[in-house]
Design a protein around this ligand. Sequence first.
Ligand code: FAD
Length: 517
Amino acid sequence: MEDIYDVIIAGCGPTGATFANYFGKHNLKVLLFDTAPDIIDYPRAVHIDEDVIRIFQELGLYEDMKKDAIKPFENYALVSKKDKVLFQFQPDSSVSEDIPDCNWILQPEIEKHLRNGFSLYPNVTFLKETTWTDLSQTKEELSLVLTDKENTVTRVKAKFLIACDGGKSPIRKRMGISVYDFGFKKEWFVIDTNYFGKQLFSEDHKQFCDPKQPITYVNGVNNHFRWEFMVSEQDSALSDELLADKMIPKLKALFPIEEFEIIRQKKYAFHTLLANSWRSGRVFLAGDAAHQMPPFLGQGMCSGIKDAKNLSWKIVRACLNPGEETEQLLDSYYTERAPQVRKIIRLAAILGGFIQYSNPILSPLRNGLLRIFNILPSKPIDALINKHLYGLDIDNFSRFKHSLVGKRLPQPIVWTKDDQLYFDELCGFNWVVLYRAESKIYPLELSGVLKFIPLVTGFPIYGNEIKSVLFTKWMAEQKADFVIIRPDKFIFNIGNEKEYDTIIQRTQSYLNKIYSN
Ligand SMILES: Cc1cc2nc3c(=O)[nH]c(=O)nc-3n(C[C@H](O)[C@H](O)[C@H](O)COP(=O)(O)OP(=O)(O)OC[C@H]3O[C@@H](n4cnc5c(N)ncnc54)[C@H](O)[C@@H]3O)c2cc1C
């Protein structure tokens, strides 16, 4: 007899492991498998943003990660060859109280925490050193033939398969899904080190805009330091050892490299690729299998983890309540995520092109331009980041969509009757209506799916009300009396008391369709 699962996840990198945590928490029966015996042990991603921390937080992993695997940083600087500031920026687009925008991490450490997370769920089965040899699907189900390292063959079935099998994604190829290439391709040589000396080095994240040798500098978590060197076309054929022989002397001019222990040096090719479809029937692509980008914005892994947040609650709905409405909900994974990832890929390529600019005559012009940008206020950059990088195009079935629909809800620490906690923790994975208790808004009786949270301005708090100066101010700024929040904490609708009846009824009738079981 074949084992039958709700979901099978192929690949246990950060994307697959995040899905496993979400599904584990939601009680789905999950099979996760990976060809490798263990976590890829060399550092790849070094940066995560606030949104990803919010995901780790709701999965109950952040507090432990914070102890040994995450270090915030404040300053991003583009500097000249001689380390003179051309452009400096303190990212400030965080909408959570007490969670920084920019954070250094070590990918293997983060993956360890993610694996510890899903190992707590008895409904998640994880098979290492296992691959698939056959894949087929009908309208009703999906079948996979798995083979482990002893060549034992197992047949399994599931409602859905999520391919988190990395950039080469054998499943993407098997489904015949093509990829769009934005045309950016560049090789960089990455040196990872540990430092045990006593000197203090800059905490800024720096890009050395030297036209002859662009370099990235990271003073990361614990003792970790990383440098990335752009590889010229004539050096492209050199082995990693020969590239190291060329790059280390360049590093010596900037740092006492003999005091650092080199843990890895490796050349990477950075691409800009986007799969033309992220779904084929019961199969979904996520993470690097769906998109690849150069690391100049530190968003590759972040994007995979955000895919998991967007798709997992929709898969849960579709498993519990199959039908036309949940089919459309599943399709919204691509229409919401792909445009956002496309923007990030383009921006990463533009930033990369700027940093890599190597024309010796025109690069002083680039540096001059950066110095001009540097005296402009940084707020517009944050506003642009918030608007374009963090917004989703959500269909909320309204003819006139409020500009905040699809934006992230701020996350203050709120007061309750007995506690102080992050608002996300109070929401859980529910659809939430946060409303001003002083307005003429009344919760729907027996609404079932919607969780109503009244916002009050004074003490004492008697029931399920919350108090938050930040939310009170935010609601006033938006001239809003209520906001409806999806399980992934994006704004589904927002309005004033006059609009409440129409909006809440429309929302309730939509939820009735996707939650009828
Ligand atoms: C130098 C460098 C710097 C980077 N910096 C950043 C950064 O600062 N921030 C950021 O967000 N991102 C960064 N990235 C990108 C980030 O590392 C990737 O985007 C991320 O690892 C993708 O995660 P994933 O889970 O989708 O794929 P992967 O991490 O590639 O995992 C795929 C998994 O699938 C498994 N697999 C493959 N084939 C099969 C199969 N047939 N069956 C079962 N399992 C299979 C593999 O063994 C692997 O475990 C960087 C990347 C590099 C190279």
